[in-house]
Design a protein around this ligand. Structure first.
Ligand SMILES: [Zn+2]
Length: 252
């Protein structure tokens, strides 16, 4: 029997969140990343006859962890959460920190600690499939708000993503890409803008994005190779530039 390549399904929840289901079709098994709510996720598992093998959490915000307890009560499985969120995510079974490897079914994740949005924020990197589950660190044409960390930490976290292979697919939790496109256009119209991405690439990006969104298709996963040439937060060359952009975006 030839094995089927695992795939990621997106479940839209709330206004603009996604829950990610990593499906190992060969064994009818699934991993779930950041279940902010349980009902839709549980329904998806039942409809597709999938057995939950684990839950990966990126950080302690409720729109990422709110559904964990209810999901686990119906589909018992181990929960992985950032070690630095030990007091905030008390339901977890395993606490993960930078560089740690997690083997689950056909997947082997490496944990990347990426503070900034929150202090304990982690991403889960799967090198074989080149998938990154990055929570609220990076968004399409944008990045996460800095709630707990410093600008410097957030900037350093973004720099670490640049070291991943450019063919990486970035599964970020929010569908913010259109709002960020408006920001990028505003940025490229500023007289003294320090950062402007490749304008032709941005135009192409905008066309693809708008046609996908018109059909109600997600902009996620993001292609890291594309984000590297158009996302202003990845293009920022210093903490100062990064901070300037983040402040400007906050005021929008
Ligand atoms: Zn968050």
């Amino acid at each position: 029997m030839t094995s089927i390549r695992p795939r990621v399904e997106l479940i839209p929840i709330f206004e603009d969140n996604y829950v990610f289901c990593l499906i190992d079709q060969d064994n009818q098994e699934v991993l779930v990343v950041d279940p902010g709510e349980a009902a839709k996720t549980s329904q998806f598992l039942k409809e597709n006859n999938l057995k939950l093998q684990g839950v990966l959490l990126t950080h302690h915000h409720n729109d990422h962890i709110g559904g964990v307890r209810a999901l686990i009560s119906e589909h018992p499985a181990p929960i992985y959460a950032p070690k630095k969120n030990k007091t905030q995510i008390i339901t977890a079974d395993s606490w993960v920190s930078d560089g740690e490897k997690i083997k689950l079914g056909p997947f082997e994740f490496e944990v990347l600690e990426l503070p900034g949005h929150t202090l304990g924020h982690v991403a889960y990197w799967e090198p074989k499939f080149k998938w990154l589950f990055s929570g609220d660190v990076l968004f399409g044409l944008g990045c996460g708000r800095i709630f707990e960390g410093t600008y410097e930490q957030a900037y350093d976290s973004i720099q670490r993503l640049k070291n991943l292979p450019s063919e990486t697919l970035v599964y970020c939790t929010h569908e913010y890409t259109e709002a960020n496109l408006t920001f990028c256009k505003m940025l490229s119209n500023l007289d003294n803008s320090p950062i402007t991405g490749d304008s032709e690439e941005l135009e192409m990006y905008a066309n693809q994005l708008l046609s996908r969104r018109e059909m109600n298709l997600p902009s996620v996963p993001l292609k890291l190779s594309v984000e590297l040439s158009v996302n202003p937060f990845l293009l920022a060359k210093s903490v100062a530039q990064f901070s300037y952009l983040r402040d400007l975006r906050n005021r929008q």
